[in-house]
Design a protein around this ligand. Structure first.
Ligand code: FHN
Length: 450
């Protein structure tokens, strides 16, 4: 277009990185998110009463209001630190399970919106240290996952319901301005502290950056991003951290990505590869409809199955993205039975079909309704999630395509599948078609990769 770029002082600081850290990111494929904190004690309810009829995200329970909210609720919530003691939390068991699932990175909530820090932060009096737990849970997770070869990203909510200086609006009075400055310094100190305490962490995953107060602090956040990057070369920061001086978030006012990868794909996926503009991205996904923290009562709420997650994973991979599956352990630190099952089933599928997942990427061919296409340069992978009623999987290759499949086989067993190349006669563009026969005896319930 002829449009002149808008001069920006606080626009993007990075262009597409190709260093070792980002190359790793592109090969993660599958990740695990863990939401754990004070809210995990409650599971979305208090003394048998469910907050908002169970529809609200349980990690938001402190925001419970209206007639069903217990009297003095926020004060009650804020004192949960006094009973926080996840005695069954075994980070090494979590990490082993994540490894079996095939996760190559984990995003762990160091501090969610309630402000409670899961490490003994020197800059707060609302941490694991001020609880019977007394453990450094961030440290345990970083060590355990790193030992399993799983990269760690630290989730950090800027939005903080506990800090007295936090406010949602742009500070307007001297007192508000002073409180907000105090909050900004606290945020900076905690972030530098996290980087210094946990040198193995590869990325910071920001959240809660949507309030007007933070948006107006673009000068501060611009400087802080530069400082964090200087403190930890190779650090990966997604597009949620900050905005430019016009309030543009994720992408600056000239359309450049504000970070190393696009971080807006939360419980949703891009409609197609082209709209991503070549940017790196991941999709974070709940197992239920909208619970990130533990939910005690999931009745009436669809829980995704391992097959659903295979479908989503391969849809992401077909567009060069990673899928991050969220786990919400209970207040004692135990994963739910459904999460345990998902981890094993998804892990078994991913292990058997790893070639199609990790080092495979988008291929420039027409989509097939039968499933998702990925490729590794030599091989084309088709993850079949919808079995064609004809028993024939048909792939279209444009006329003059450099390479055509000459054989097909199942990735997990190596079993050969009959292939026929054909000009079907009704394609006006003279494309060629590759028809792969899918034998009737093939197990139909699960996705398979050709
Ligand atoms: O409000 C949070 C929510 O509780 C959860 O942490 C998700 C995870 O991506 N992020 C926020 C909503 O965007």
């Amino acid at each position: 277009s002829d449009r002149q770029p808008i001069p920006l002082r606080f626009g993007t600081q990075v262009s597409r990185r190709d260093d070792e850290a980002m190359q790793r990111f592109r090969r993660y494929g599958l990740g695990q998110f863990i939401h754990f904190g004070l809210y995990s004690i409650l599971g979305g309810e208090y003394q048998g009463v469910s907050a908002a009829g169970g529809s609200a995200a349980p990690e938001w329970i402190r925001a419970w209001s209206g007639p069903t909210a217990p009297e003095g609720w926020q004060g009650t919530y804020d004192r949960l630190n006094e009973s926080f003691d996840p005695a069954r939390l075994d980070a090494r068991a979590w990490a082993r399970q994540a490894k079996r699932m095939g996760a190559r990175y984990v995003i762990f909530t160091t501090k969610h919106h309630d402000g409670f820090a899961l490490w003994p932060s020197a800059h707060s009096d609302y941490t694991v240290r001020e609880s019977p737990c007394g453990r450094d849970l961030v440290g345990e997770v970083v060590d355990a996952y790193t030992a399993e070869g799983i990269d760690v990203f630290l989730y950090f909510s800027v939005l903080d319901w506990h800090h007295p200086g936090y406010l949602r609006t742009v500070p307007a009075t001297d007192a508000e301005r002073a409180g907000w400055q105090d909050f900004l310094q606290y945020t900076r100190a905690q972030l530098l502290e996290l980087l210094d305490r946990y040198p193995a962490a590869r990325g910071l995953w920001f959240d809660g950056t949507w309030d007007a107060s933070w948006i107006a602090s673009h000068e501060f956040t611009h400087a802080l991003e530069a400082e964090l990057r200087a403190r930890r070369p190779g650090l990966i920061i997604g597009s949620r951290f900050r905005n430019d001086e016009h309030g543009a978030r994720h992408f600056d006012s000239n359309g450049a990505l504000l970070g190393d990868y696009e971080q807006g794909w939360e419980r949703k996926l891009p409609a197609n590869f082209e709209m991503l503009g070549g940017n790196d991205w991941d999709c974070v996904m709940t197992i239920g409809p909208n619970a990130w923290g533990w939910l005690r009562d999931t009745r009436g709420q669809y829980q995704k199955t391992a097959d659903d997650l295979v479908d989503l994973l391969m849809r992401c991979r077909s567009m060069n993205g990673n899928l991050v599956v969220n786990f919400g352990p209970d207040g004692l630190g135990r994963m739910t039975a459904h999460e345990d099952e998902i981890a094993e089933q998804l892990g078994a599928w991913v292990a058997a079909n790893a070639d199609a997942v990790y080092d495979a990427h988008h291929v420039d061919l027409d989509r097939t309704g039968a499933g998702w296409l990925t490729g590794d340069g030599d091989r084309l992978f088709v993850t079949v999630v919808n079995r064609p009623v004809t028993g024939i999987l048909r792939l279209r290759f444009p006329a003059g395509a450099e390479r055509m499949p000459i054989s097909a086989r199942l990735l997990d067993s190596g079993r050969d599948l009959p292939v026929r190349l054909t000009d079907i006669g009704f394609d006006l563009d003279d494309a060629l078609y590759c028809d792969v026969s899918i034998p009737a005896d093939l197990e139909a319930e699960h996705a398979f990769v050709i």
